[in-house]
Write a protein that binds this ligand. Structure first.
Ligand code: C2E
Ligand code: MG
Ligand code: MG
Ligand code: MG
Length: 288
């Protein structure tokens, strides 16, 4: 730590370290306070089929900070992972998602909610215990819950990851591989795991239809994934051209700003109800 640099550089280095340590301490106490004060809230982003009908939602956390407003997870998830808060946050979001499933159950029992689970949390025994407790406390069909994990987790911890996935599947809960294509896993490896869903990362979608190579990569991923019986979801769909491309390539579901940004969780049921009314209206308006 004690760098033997020139006098001033040495001082500056220490001052910088001290400032950083101070920032981290400050952030840590803010996160702790935020967790105590329930400043973290659940947002839901619709996942739709190729006809634009909502099939499920992805749970996305937002930090509703009293002074700084809504803060996106990219700004605090890495800090939470390194400071050891991520389990608490993920469990909180998981339970909030169970509550939503319960709310949706009477009229929308087919809706699936997908929850992101950090790799540092996923392989902990305490996570499986908490998941089990939630399944007891909120008696919904476990098939309506999906856990999103990243490829990196699987690659770094193959045997452990495989074991946890098997246990979760035995509980009846679905598994999705998130951000597919950005890591090093292959479809041939995934086909040996009881994975239900593959989410193609936004990087392969964002330059469609301009990028020929991204169109080729995406269509190959979709084709092979369907051959292996995965449900395929494209993330980050922002345009009609992208949707049409996905439709032409028989992708199952899409998620992105073209359909909806993440919404506050209490709005999900309202959205589903109005979608149903619109559907009824178009059905009756259609001439024979
Ligand atoms: P992710 O799981 O890949 O989630 C998709 C991200 O893409 C979300 O960002 C979503 O808001 C964003 N997105 C969706 N549609 C579009 C689009 O059309 N265009 C663009 N540009 N972006 C779109 P968000 O909400 O900022 O979350 C970022 C990441 O933080 C997530 O990536 C996920 O890895 C992580 N995350 C979010 N919530 C949780 C959580 O509760 N627990 C854990 N462990 N991680 C979480
Ligand atoms: Mg995700
Ligand atoms: Mg993703
Ligand atoms: Mg992503």
């Amino acid at each position: 730590k004690a760098k033997k640099a020139g006098g001033n550089a040495h001082l500056m280095f220490n001052a910088h370290m001290a400032a950083e340590a101070h920032d981290n301490l400050y952030l840590e106490s803010e996160i702790r306070h935020g967790l105590e004060q329930s400043q973290f809230t659940l947002y839901l982003q619709p996942k739709v089929n190729m006809d634009g009908m909502t099939k499920g939602f992805e749970s996305l956390v937002r930090w509703d900070h009293p002074e700084r407003g809504i803060i996106s997870p990219a700004e605090f998830i890495p800090a939470m992972e390194s400071m050891g808060f991520i389990s608490q946050l993920d469990n909180w979001i998981l339970e909030a998602s169970f509550r939503q499933l319960k709310v949706l159950e009477p009229h929308h029992p087919e809706i699936v909610i997908s929850v992101n689970i950090s790799s540092t949390h996923f392989t902990k025994h305490s996570f499986l215990v908490f998941l089990n407790e939630c399944l007891q406390k909120y008696p919904i069909n476990p098939n309506r819950l999906e856990l999103e994990i990243t490829e990196t987790l699987l690659m770094e911890n193959m045997n452990e990851g495989r074991e946890v996935i098997n246990t979760i599947k035995q509980m009846g809960v679905r598994i999705a591989i998130d951000d597919f294509g950005t890591g090093y896993s292959s479809l041939s490896y995934l086909k040996n795991l009881p994975v239900d869903t593959l989410k193609i990362d936004r990087v392969f979608i964002k330059d469609i239809p301009d990028s020929e190579s991204d169109k080729q990569i995406s269509s190959v991923i979709i084709f092979l994934a369907k051959q292996l019986n995965f449900t395929v979801v494209a993330e980050g769909v922002e345009t009609l051209a992208q949707l049409n491309f996905l439709k032409d390539n028989h992708c199952d579901q899409a998620q992105g700003f073209y359909f909806s940004k993440p919404i506050a969780s209490h709005k999900a049921i309202i959205m589903l109800e109005s979608e149903r009314i619109n559907q009824l209206n178009t059905d009756t308006a259609t001439p024979l």
